[in-house]
Write a protein that binds this ligand. Structure first.
Ligand SMILES: [Zn+2]
Length: 322
């Protein structure tokens, strides 16, 4: 399942999907943060059950459920960490609530972390230190260090969207601070500037559409966004010394207009030791990488050294019952 700010995308995949993106069934439902967590979860369960039914999978063994959320997650409590776009969800144990209904383990993770997991496992499994940047309607990042996802003390690592650069006329961010990376380079900020220039734009997809139409203001705004993201990424490179930076998210569809700015600032600001063997490339844009990451997370958790025995026992019991 994949949540954005306005919708929930539910998908049901077999393990074979990990190899060839073979989704069995998929649906999208409207979502609003106005509803309580329980009301939202009930709506989500109804839709997920209908999806299983539609896919002809009712009664089949469910390996697990992976949930991707646009918010930092405390993996000890399986709940959203504040502040986030889901303010009423702090402390609500999403995982326990769902697993009680489906008798399957539920794993919850921030969307950008799942995108990083997908890119790392699917495309760059030989890279130990990787930095993934999601440039979409919002901006965030996922950190792979020593071959593993780095979450930080409370799941808040990688929040580059709210690093602030002070300047005259620093724009107001949706977090309430001035001059954040998001307020300068996220899809919503570019759309804001393009509206002021007379274009119709609400989000990152609209910005990509205007770039595809060769609108000069849109191209220039994406170039500048690349430089802002590059400025923040340069500090990350100095701190973490990754060997690979992968740029994903909707704005990655603008191609070199975005990438040129990122590369420019990273190579300009970092010392040669940090950039000597550094690659900066685009990730996959044609697949839903957060969804893929959620499926990979479920499989990883099922066959982890602490959980494989439980998984096999559950599987054997399901076979005996059927
Ligand atoms: Zn901010």
């Amino acid at each position: 399942m994949f949540w954005s700010r306005t919708s929930v995308k539910l998908s049901y995949a077999s393990p074979r999907w990990i190899c060839r993106q073979n989704l069995i069934s998929q649906d999208t439902i409207a979502f609003t943060t106005q509803n309580s967590p329980v009301a939202t979860m009930e709506m989500l369960c109804d839709a997920f059950s209908a999806l299983i039914e539609k896919g002809g999978l009712a009664g089949r063994f469910l390996a697990g459920i992976g949930l991707s959320l646009p918010a930092p997650i405390d993996i000890r409590t399986h709940s959203v960490v504040r502040p986030s776009v889901l303010p009423d969800w702090a402390g609500f144990d999403i995982s326990s609530w769902l697993s009680a209904r489906y008798e399957a383990p539920v794993h919850v993770e921030k969307d950008v972390n799942l995108m990083a997991i997908y890119e790392h496992k699917r495309n760059f499994s030989d890279v130990d230190d990787m930095f993934f940047v999601k440039a979409g309607t919002g901006i965030g990042s996922g950190i792979i260090t020593g071959g593993r996802l780095f979450r930080g003390a409370q799941g808040g690592a990688g929040d580059i969207g709210h690093i602030q650069f002070s300047s005259d006329h620093a724009p107001l961010c949706r977090c309430g601070k001035l001059g954040c990376v998001e307020a300068r380079a996220a899809g919503w900020a570019l759309a804001r500037d393009l509206r002021a220039a007379g274009y119709q734009a609400e989000n990152a997809r609209d910005v990509v559409h205007l770039v595809d139409q060769n609108k000069p203001e849109a191209i220039m705004s994406v170039r500048k966004a690349g430089q802002v993201i590059g400025e923040a990424t340069a500090d990350v490179v100095s701190l973490l010394n990754p060997s690979l930076i992968v740029i994903g998210g909707t704005l990655a569809q603008t191609g070199d207009f975005l990438l040129a700015g990122v590369r420019e600032l990273v190579y300009q600001r970092c010392l040669p030791l940090a950039t000597h063997n550094l690659q900066i490339i685009f990730g996959e844009t044609e697949v839903d990488t957060a969804l893929g990451g959620a499926a990979l997370m479920v499989l990883d958790e099922a066959f982890g050294k602490d959980s494989a025995r439980d998984f096999l026992q559950r599987f054997a019991e399901s076979r005996a019952d059927s």
